[in-house]
Design a protein around this ligand. Structure first.
Ligand code: NOJ
Length: 542
């Protein structure tokens, strides 16, 4: 496979609203990000994925865009954005923009026009249907609870919204829509951005009348067209958010021969603690054997035919240390273990803000203290279906998106140094204990562990390009694998739990050098290792 710059990159995701507030209005902003570029440089990342900063009424915190070529007032101006691009570039950091083109805001000028009348020239930019027997055209549901169809009294038709009713779906079958999107993408490409993260891109080929949403028949045709028209041969990082992708489908997106995307986010591992056939709120404990199977499958199946993205976290997911680690007595050990496990794999790693200091989930007593539209809608929906307040809150504590959206914890001053004003969402009370300043002052912190993992990748082709092989696949406590390139071997051994366990490397070797570990005195006798709680070690084997 031809080598690409993004094969060896590490991406850091910023959720601007919660990252750093420079002007005291309680909301993170672009100048706040600029202030922290040196921190990111110190960590060693080379790409920022910036969650949406465009004009938006914030029904879904920026994923409802009313102007793709302008900046949200709360976040700053286009001049600030240009400045961010420049300052990032000065530090060798590229910016990947969030591309949200499955839908717009209902306050986008296209939708405002489209709503005016059935024969408006923008009407067909969106998906309108007549009522069936006086009701919704069909049973398609919104990802944020309730029907995906909203009735428009004026015209007597329904429009489709797979997310909130303030996020009408664009009609990708309309060539004019596609052209507008490519034009807008070029506006950003011309500014020198590093690429696009494509929001729910697997939905753009939908056929709502046949109840097809993901992976519609024309999806790949659109992506090839987009690649040609919007990327124009620029070597950009493009990553599609594709919830239902299987390895087969991921190869269609990311096989370089097909000229679609660099890679996709697949979510198979993310769904492993969800009861099958139920909603994300209906949780079951994670089975490590399943996690090993799923992640290994993706490693092996994309080999030579696609590219993986590696992630535990983003702004839609709970904090990994609270989810599959131990956010109490082994917070530091388990956060480092999870980082090691992921960063030893093949693919492009993504770090979500705060993950590098081991930030945890939050528990707020009152539903009114939450902001996320998904949680709020689900709360109403489930209350009406008879669930108890406690049951629902418990689901939110485990899976709610605000877990990841609480303000970044910079130091131990008021509001964790995120803002001098009133934070838009509660700061986690543990900020005096968990914050970036403290992490930087402690050479054994999660931060320095992540820094080391990034540094190892930068200097190690085996991590970037080596083959992957799982070891002891039936072991219920240990996740271990080996990476190999031209005879160079990297061994990663992780104890996933807090009980002590034994691991044996049963191949011949001469020496095992520890590249990184989460205990100071890890052993290099890999033929017989006693692993302590959450112990994780990466070795070079000779
Ligand atoms: C996926 C985004 O990550 C999420 O935050 C958003 O709510 C939906 N897409 C809709 O844009």
């Amino acid at each position: 496979m031809e080598r690409k710059w993004w094969h060896s990159s590490v991406v850091y995701q910023i959720y601007p609203r919660s990252f750093n507030d420079s002007n005291g209005d309680g909301i993170g902003d672009i100048n706040g990000i600029i202030e922290k570029l040196d921190y990111l440089k110190e960590l060693g990342i080379d790409v920022i994925w910036l969650s949406p900063v465009y004009k938006s009424p914030n029904d879904d915190n920026g994923y409802d865009i009313s102007d793709y070529c302008d900046i949200m007032d709360e976040f700053g101006t286009m001049e600030d954005m240009d400045n961010l691009l420049k300052e990032a570039k000065n530090r060798g950091i590229k910016i990947v923009m969030d591309l949200v083109v499955n839908h717009t805001s209902d306050e986008h000028k296209w939708f405002i026009e489209a709503k005016k009348s059935k024969d408006n020239e923008y009407r067909d930019y969106y998906i309108w249907r007549d009522p069936v027997n006086g009701k919704e055209p069909n049973d398609l549901g919104s990802c944020f609870s309730g029907s995906a169809w909203e009735y428009d009294k004026e015209s007597g038709q329904y429009y489709l919204h797979l997310f909130s009713k303030k996020q009408p779906d664009l009609n990708w079958e309309n060539e004019k829509v596609r052209k507008e999107v490519y034009k807008m993408m070029n506006f950003w490409v011309d500014k020198g951005i590093g690429g696009f993260r494509m929001d729910v891109i697997d939905l753009i080929g939908k056929i709502p009348d046949k109840m097809i949403t993901g992976n519609g028949p024309k999806l790949h045709e659109y992506l090839q067209e987009m690649n040609k028209e919007a990327l124009r041969g620029n070597d950009l990082l493009t990553v599609g958010e594709t919830w239902g992708a299987t390895p087969e489908v991921a190869k269609l997106y990311s096989n370089p021969k097909r000229n679609e995307l660099s890679m996709v986010f697949q979510f198979e591992h993310i769904g492993l603690d969800q009861i099958e056939g139920k909603e994300k709120w209906d949780v079951k404990p994670l089975d490590l054997l399943e996690l090993k199977k799923v992640l290994s499958k993706w490693q092996v199946e994309l080999e030579g035919e696609g590219w993986n993205s590696l992630f535990w976290n983003n702004h839609d997911l709970p904090r990994i240390v609270s989810r599959w680690g131990n956010d109490k007595e082994y917070r530091v050990e388990s956060a480092k273990m999870l980082g090691t496990l992921l960063h030893g794999m093949k693919g492009t790693p993504y770090i979500y803000q705060g993950e590098e200091i081991g930030m945890t989930n939050i528990r707020l007593e009152n539903i009114n203290e939450y902001n996320d539209i998904e949680s709020l809608n689900m709360y109403k929906d489930r209350i009406s279906k008879g669930y108890s307040h406690e049951e629902i809150m418990n689901s939110i504590y485990i899976k709610g998106r605000d877990n990841a959206r609480t303000p970044m914890q910079w130091n131990d001053t008021e509001n964790a140094g995120f803002t001098t004003g009133n934070p838009w969402l509660a700061v986690n009370k543990n900020y005096k204990e968990i914050n970036a300043k403290k992490a930087i002052e402690d050479k054994d912190s999660v931060f320095y562990h992540y820094k080391k993992l990034i540094d190892i990748r930068k200097h190690n082709d085996t991590i970037i390009y080596g083959d992957y092989k799982i070891l002891c696949p039936e072991d219920k406590n240990i996740f271990a694998y080996i990476r190999e390139l031209n005879g160079d071997k990297i061994l990663v051994v992780c104890n996933f739990y807090e009980n002590e366990v034994n691991f044996k490397y049963d191949e011949k070797y001469n020496s095992a050098e520890i590249l990184v570990s989460n205990y100071k005195d890890s052993s290099n006798l890999v033929e017989n290792l006693n692993l302590r709680p959450y112990e994780a070690i990466m070795y070079r084997i000779k």
